[in-house]
Design a protein around this ligand. Structure first.
Ligand code: HSE
Length: 302
């Protein structure tokens, strides 16, 4: 028994929703082949496209599957092949794709004992290994598709939101590595009440905008007054890119996950492509290597 899957990239936070909101992309992702074998135990048998640990307990896919099998109380044999296309440290959920993809496929091979929502907590073990923090805002959209909201971490309560059909994401990835653990260390751990009020107003606005498919409301809610001002200094040309995106019709723009990728959410593919070409011009001038892609929101997930 063997399954070949597409493990999609994701954009976490979506400006105002630090650690709670995220969405799933459809043109960028890894490939994985997961097989059920006779000999018990989890083995990472192949990794292409990245220099990542092959030892099961050091690999995010390995620990995520371990958590699933432990909960199930079954000693089955699983082989995992990973073909990485999402670069580590890019800010579009590289570790989440591997963790979520692995648990999704193993669950399927075992006859789907868990629902996609139940798989989130296993995939979070991979995120814990990758960044020291078991955040769910990348694994949830990878597993459920579309836009997701972590309503609560304890107890875990994750909701799938609505996906307006005309939303496209332009993502620029400057080829510098920003480790999630490093970009988490620049964040302050206390928030003044005035900023908290500003931020949760926007989260409510973004959720409402997604459900009512009010693109203008989505746009004005994509604002982050807490994390972005601190993290954006790690990203070359962040302000210039953001201003170019907005002046060329993007609904909103911000840091993708923990960076350095920058996302622009757009209504319609033409706007997304126009924004991509304007951002490309800015980044070409910097002399830095980068890649840029346009993606529809993937409402399906893995
Ligand atoms: N919410 C996490 C962070 C996502 O911003 O640190 C990491 O990709």
């Amino acid at each position: 028994d063997s399954l070949k899957i597409f493990a999609p990239a994701t954009v976490a936070n979506l400006s105002c929703g630090f650690d709670v909101m995220g969405c799933c992309l459809d043109t960028v992702g890894d490939e994985m082949i997961i097989s059920k074998v006779a000999e018990p135990g989890i083995k990472i048998t192949k990794i292409e496209g990245a220099d990542l640990p092959m030892e099961t307990h050091k690999n995010v896919a390995g620990v995520a599957v371990e958590a699933l099998l432990q909960k199930l109380g079954k000693d089955v044999g699983i082989h995992i092949e990973i073909y990485k296309k999402i670069k580590a440290g890019s800010g579009i959920g590289s570790s989440a794709a591997s963790s979520a993809g692995a648990v999704w496929a193993v669950n399927k091979l075992l006859g789907s004992p868990f629902s996609p929502t139940e798989l989130i907590s296993f995939a979070m073990e991979g995120e814990k290994l990758a960044s020291g923090n078991a955040h769910a805002d990348n694994v949830a959209p990878a597993l459920l598709g579309g836009f997701t909201l972590v309503r609560s971490y304890s107890p875990l309560d994750v909701l799938k939101l609505n996906t307006p059909q005309d939303l496209f994401m332009t993502v620029i990835h400057p080829q510098i590595e920003v480790k999630t653990s490093d970009s988490r260390s620049v964040i302050k751990h206390t928030v003044p009440l005035t900023k908290a009020i500003h931020q949760w107003g926007n989260v409510g606005g973004l959720v409402t905008g997604l459900f009512t498919e009010n693109y203008e409301l989505i746009g004005r809610s994509l604002e982050d007054v807490i994390i972005e001002p601190l993290r954006s200094i790690l990203i070359p040309e962040f302000q210039t890119v953001k201003e170019a995106a907005l002046s060329n019709g993007a609904l909103g723009a911000g840091i993708s996950g923990s960076g350095p990728s920058i996302f622009s959410l757009c209504k319609g593919i033409d706007t997304a492509q126009k924004v991509a070409s304007e951002i490309e011009k800015i980044y070409t001038k910097t002399g830095l290597d980068f890649d840029i892609h346009v993606s529809k929101i993937n409402d399906q997930g893995i």
